[in-house]
Unconditional design. Structure first.
Length: 270
């Protein structure tokens, strides 16, 4: 069963420096990461319960150009950095991929992946990708191995109560994406991962919302996301700026910061 948004892949020229920026500007503390030796990429993670931000960089451009996650990462870096792709979580990747493909999804057969942490422990998962990944493309599907590092019941329980340096737990509530072709994007999401139906959003401006687990995916027509009819503000190449909405427990000062090619809005949980 598809469970919700698993993680956001944010391409960074220097993931280590990016973690320092996130902590300084937003009070978000990174915890862990490692290298994808066969893919040419490496990362640091910012945990938001079981959802996380993956700050991903490239250590081997040749490997990355030819790998499933390296290619969208390189594309995002060439555009100035920012959201490269994102993932939805499942607890039955074999069954979900078969079911979705029966409806015309064209997801690839699940493949195994792993990441070696600096402490030597290995994180393992299985995933299925679409033909092309990107901010306006459907996400990939991932199932984490509960017998590997970071996904044991003990690890998950600890994350559920972990406070960031702003003094509270933090959760992802909404991923907001500017899109050039909202009907086409919605059709792709419905066909590939069955995200939908979309409904008019209270945010207005032609935005549409869909529920993904206990989170929201919001699509905003690019003309309203950038304040005009053309994409000019995100980067020299007009790269989409994703808006990442976070809620923090307790009493905090709201924050609205453009950072790492994304916009982060942090508010106190109701």
């Amino acid at each position: 069963m598809l469970l919700g948004i698993d993680h956001l892949v944010i391409a960074c020229a220097d993931p280590e420096a990016a973690t320092a920026d996130l902590e300084r500007e937003l009070g978000l503390r990174a915890g862990g990461g490692g290298r994808h030796e066969a893919l040419g990429t490496f990362n640091r993670l910012v945990w938001l319960g079981d959802t996380y931000l993956e700050l991903i960089g490239v250590f081997d451009r040749g490997l990355a150009d030819g790998s499933w996650i390296g290619a969208p990462t390189v594309q995002a870096l060439d555009a100035g950095g920012g959201l490269a792709t994102w993932a939805v979580a499942t607890d039955d990747i074999g069954g979900d991929v078969a079911r979705l493909n029966e409806g015309g999804a064209r997801l690839a057969e699940p493949i195994a992946g792993e990441r070696v942490r600096p402490d030597g422990r290995v994180v393992r998962w299985r995933l299925s990708v679409t033909r092309e990944l990107g901010p306006e493309r459907p996400p990939f599907v991932i199932e984490h191995d509960p017998a590997s590092a970071e996904w044991s019941p003990e690890d998950r329980a600890a994350r559920a109560i972990e406070a960031h340096s702003l003094g509270a737990t933090v959760r992802l509530t909404t991923l907001e994406l500017p899109v050039t072709d909202a009907p086409g994007t919605i059709a792709g999401l419905m066909r590939t991962v069955r995200i939908g139906p979309f409904r008019p959003s209270l945010a207005g401006g032609g935005t549409r919302d869909a529920t993904v687990g206990d989170q929201t995916l919001r699509l905003r027509p690019r003309r309203t996301a950038m304040g005009s009819n053309s994409a000019t503000a995100a980067s020299p190449a007009g790269w989409p700026i994703a808006t990442i909405h976070l809620e923090a427990g307790g009493s905090i000062e709201p924050r609205d910061v453009q950072l790492l090619g994304c916009r982060f809005i942090v508010t106190a949980a109701p």
